[in-house]
Design a protein around this ligand. Structure first.
Ligand code: SF4
Length: 956
């Protein structure tokens, strides 16, 4: 029989006729519901239900003090602190400190410690006996040991002095804080319990007549609880039911039994002996499963439920999915199989993991980044983009946000004007910036209220947004509460402080999920399992560090002092966790215990100490199992994609002669094909643009663009001139003009104003560009003759290819940097700002897809040579690469090391041969590009994937 069934049986047996006079105190509301169910099953007649309370609710029934939440307590504590010690600390600095102090004060109260003694500063060890009269010898010895090793008068390190300075403020702060709270009729949890317990100790606690209390299923008790329970016991109005029918009760060393033994000794056990022999060993089939990731743990839940045909339909006590790490709630719910129709979730979901939190964070980042100049407010474009891309912004502004995102990126804006955004979206309020800190919470509330309204509008044709509304209401409630606290304590909080406070409040929030607990698979946190039992349990995140938790709440009270004054330490926490875990093993027929075996971040990858204990205990003999991730390439794209007719139809509709699109296949497209056919497919068949990013710095691509355009602007004055060399030489000496041309070009390219461009690294980049431009002008000025024919002009041509079962003409072409003439030769000049490639080339090598280091630049220049050679019949038309970084070196040559291309002195016949060779290979390649049977394959040179914009598609 389950523990709660046995409690229900005893209650029914003894108090069946006066159930309405009974108050049952349980560890959780869920346990109360289950007890009611057990009671209902014992009779088919109508029956009064007993009153059901949790322990905190029990204490509240004995006092008129109102419970205060931790934020209110911190504000009050700061108020008291200022009165006692002046304004030595800002509220911002005080908050984290205040959180720790409130926790410590709470522990002191719950364990009824003497704060005056606890916070004494014992510099003279002889004083110890006098100060700590009333403590046991062992406690005094622990305190003596601590102060002896700590004493700052013997070793005054800065940390010790700081500790002492904080320590000596604590006792007066504790007393004044309690008085202040009490005067306002409020109390924190600990203070409220202590108030009740002290009344009980002094015999002044009024207990309603005729009522009986039943304390059910608790484990570790603090001193306030013990005091109250003892009082009720002495008055003969309380009975105690401890869940002690467990194998570990036979083992005095087992940590799980620590508190139950003590409770049983003090209060006795009214639950009676179980119907089976006492402390049967657990009889389930156990599996310990190590999973490589958190996601695979969540998926494993679905697989187990399916494989074991568990649907949760039979009995709500049949199956529990227990999450030691609340982070896994959403992944688990998201991967439940369709066979599971009813799920009951009772656990908290951290608000910090919701999308609403990320939206609020982005909104707060926007406020932080606001800058006022010339009467205008502007935001950092990064913050604007993050906000505009958020799903909640879509709720407010539809798809207009996407359009504005593209515009901001295209214009490469560094800051975005607030009023422009407000008008564009009709959301002026969202883009206004509150004047001071205290106004910020109201601003956020107004935005959240708009969002809430938008959820109703969006729902007319979309999915239910009721969960989002729950999040919103909770966040609005907490924000309004913070605003009220700031106002009522008249704190002049700076905007930054207020944003930090809001963030802390949001990060602490837990969204409570509670459903109909008597149906379906039960998904719950560990605390929710108290007093309940299940036939199947699936327990997730049983990792050392998570269960038991390694980081306990911060405290200023050193470990030894905590021990001496009976405050809980890590040892007590461990016993509590041990009880939570091992008590769950009494009933199950099957149990699966999962942990994440990959170390990373805070996770050590080790299984919890309780699983280790299970593994080595003859009582359990669990099976061990490993979940493997299927590493087969489940890619979006296969390594090779077969050519379909449809692909060629698309290509011809773009590049076919007389096609509507009227586009030209550029030399870059040919290079792309030769470097990676798959990349060609994405770019030129699918037409996927390479993602444009907001650039906050002048990267290599932008550097090249500025260089090309600045040179075009500089050389445009000498284009066509017969005296170009002289003019170029003069220009090379006009440093200011070169610099100004570069600055103007860079401002246009980056869409930045002059101060923005010339701040930080920008000025260094402009210096480099200026030097390169001068070196190029000087280099050109050394030519004996030079005539500039074309600057940044388009050249096109046609080629005939076999495609889609017919021969068809396709358009090729592109924009050449510059075409000039010198020493009787025409040159296709390509400016290159990257690292020079000086290898000798062969035409075959230029088109060899299997060659790792092809020379794209020469192929591109030769491509234009092939297009214009007909215009310059009888002349050499030479590919000429200006490797800008190399221009000043003595042995630099812009020509290609290949017979026929080595400069104006090259032999015409050799040039003709190499050009017809090039033409032939180009035709062959174009034919492949348009062929019916050439597949799109991924490159075998993975190095090329590193900077490819499509690598997420290829998963490379
Ligand atoms: S990621 Fe690699 S294989 Fe894929 S398209 Fe880019 S270069 Fe080709």
């Amino acid at each position: 029989m389950d523990f709660l069934d046995r409690v229900a049986y005893r209650l029914r047996e003894r108090y069946g006729d006066e159930m309405e006079k009974q108050t049952v105190v349980l560890p959780s509301r869920r346990a109360g519901l289950w007890l009611t169910r057990s009671l209902a099953r014992l009779t088919d007649k109508p029956l009064w239900s007993p009153s059901l309370l949790t322990v905190s609710e029990l204490f509240r029934t004995f006092t008129g003090l109102l419970p205060a939440d931790s934020d209110t307590q911190i504000f009050e504590l700061y108020n008291v602190f200022r009165k006692l010690f002046g304004e030595e600390m800002s509220f911002d600095d005080f908050w984290p400190w205040g959180e720790v102090i409130i926790n410590d004060f709470n522990d002191i109260d719950l364990y009824m410690a003497d704060a005056g003694k606890l916070y004494s500063n014992i510099s003279d060890l002889k004083e110890i006996d006098a100060v700590f009269g009333g403590l046991t010898d062992e406690q005094v010895e622990i305190i003596r040991g601590f102060w002896k090793s700590f004493n700052p008068s013997t070793s005054a390190s800065e940390a010790r002095l700081r500790f002492c300075s904080v320590w000596q403020k604590m006792a007066p702060l504790y007393t004044a804080f309690r008085e202040s709270m009490k005067a306002k009729g409020m109390a924190g949890d600990g203070m409220l319990c202590r108030e009740v317990a002290e009344k009980a100790l002094s015999g002044q606690l009024q207990v309603p007549e005729g009522r009986r209390w039943h304390i059910v299923g608790l484990n570790a008790l603090n001193n306030c609880e013990k005091t109250l329970f003892r009082y009720l016991k002495q008055m003969g109005v309380a009975e105690f039911y401890w869940d002690d029918d467990h194998f570990f009760m036979d083992d005095t060393e087992h940590k799980a039994s620590l508190f139950i033994r003590e409770n049983r000794r003090i209060f006795g056990n009214a639950v009676g002996k179980p119907d089976t022999s006492l402390h049967d060993p657990p009889g389930g089939l156990w599996q310990i499963i190590d999973a490589p990731t958190d996601t695979s743990q969540a998926r494993m839940v679905a697989q187990l439920l399916e494989d074991e045909e568990i649907t949760g339909e039979d009995d709500p006590t049949s199956t529990a999915v227990i999450l030691a790490d609340e982070k896994l709630l959403m992944p688990v719910l998201g991967s439940l199989p369709p066979s599971v129709e009813d799920v009951n979730v009772t656990m908290g979901h951290p608000f910090r993991l919701t999308s609403l939190y990320s939206f609020l964070k982005q909104l707060m980042a926007l406020i932080r980044s606001a800058r006022k100049s010339d009467g205008y407010i502007s935001f950092r474009s990064d913050d604007v983009l993050s906000l505009l891309r958020h799903q909640y912004f879509r709720l407010l502004a539809g798809t207009e946000g996407d359009i504005v995102v593209r515009e901001i990126i295209k214009a490469n804006m560094i800051r975005v004007n607030a009023s422009v955004l407000g008008e564009r979206f009709g959301l002026k309020q969202l883009f206004t910036v509150p004047e001071g800190g205290p106004e910020i919470p109201e601003h956020l509330v107004a935005v959240m209220e708009n969002l809430e309204e938008a959820t109703f509008t969006a729902e007319t044709d979309g999915p239910s947004l009721s969960v989002d509304r729950e999040y919103l209401r909770m966040a609005i409630h907490s924000t309004v509460r913070l605003a009220n606290l700031i106002r009522s304590y008249s704190l002049d909080i700076k905007p930054d402080t207020c944003l930090r406070l809001l963030d802390r409040v949001f990060r602490k929030m837990i969204v409570p999920f509670s459903g109909e607990p008597l149906r379906g698979i039960q998904v719950m946190g560990v605390l929710e399992t108290r007093a309940l039992e299940f036939r199947n349990i699936i327990f997730l995140s049983l990792n050392e560090g998570i269960f038991p938790r390694m980081s306990y709440d911060n405290t200023y009270i050193p470990y030894n002092i905590r021990r001496a004054f009976g405050l809980p330490t890590v040892n007590e926490h461990e016993s509590i966790y041990s009880y939570y875990f091992f008590r769950l093993l009494r009933k199950p027929a099957r149990g699966w215990f999962l942990y994440n075996s990959t170390s990373g971040g805070l996770n050590t990858g080790e299984m919890s100490r309780y699983l280790v204990r299970m593994s080595y205990s003859p009582l359990f003999t669990p099976r061990h199992r490993t979940v493997h991730i299927n590493v087969g390439r489940s890619r979006l794209m296969a390594e090779s994609l077969s050519r379909e007719q449809e692909h060629n139809m698309i290509l011809l509709s773009r590049y076919g002669k007389n096609s509507e699109a009227n586009k030209f296949l550029s030399p870059s497209a040919v290079n792309t094909w030769l470097n990676c056919r798959m990349r060609f497919y994405y770019r030129y068949v699918c037409g996927m643009p390479e993602e444009e990013m907001l650039e906050k710095e002048i990267d290599q691509r932008r550097f090249g663009n500025i260089m090309h355009e600045a040179l075009r602007r500089l050389y445009s004055t000498v284009k066509g001139s017969a005296d170009a060399v002289k003019e170029v030489s003069k220009m090379a000496g006009e440093r200011e003009q070169i610099r100004e041309t570069i600055i103007a070009t860079a401002m246009d390219e980056m869409h930045w104003d002059r101060p923005e461009l010339l701040s930080g690294k920008g000025v260094i980049i402009i210096d480099v560009l200026e030097r390169y431009a001068r070196e190029l002008l000087l280099y050109d000025s050394r030519h004996s003759d030079l005539r500039l024919l074309h600057l940044e002009e388009d050249f096109t041509g046609t080629f005939t290819v076999a495609s889609a079962g017919a021969r068809t003409e396709v358009m090729v072409g592109g924009r050449a940097d510059r075409i000039d003439m010198t020493d009787g030769a025409v040159r296709v000049v390509d400016y290159k700002t990257g690292a020079p490639k000086r290898d000798a080339i062969t035409i075959e090598g230029l088109f060899d897809e299997e060659k790792d280091k092809r020379n794209d630049a020469v192929l591109q220049a030769l491509f234009y040579c092939a297009l214009i050679r007909q215009i310059h019949r009888g002349r050499l038309v030479l590919p000429t690469i200006y490797w800008i970084q190399q221009l000043s070196s003595a042995d630099f040559t812009p020509y290609t090391r290949a017979p026929g291309l080595e400069g104006p002195e090259a032999l015409y016949e050799e040039w003709k041969t190499i050009m017809s060779d090039f033409q032939m290979h180009l035709e062959l390649t174009l034919n492949k590009i348009f062929a019916d049977n050439e597949d799109f394959t991924m490159t075998s040179f993975r190095r090329r994937c590193a900077c490819c914009p499509y690598r997420t598609l290829c998963r490379r």
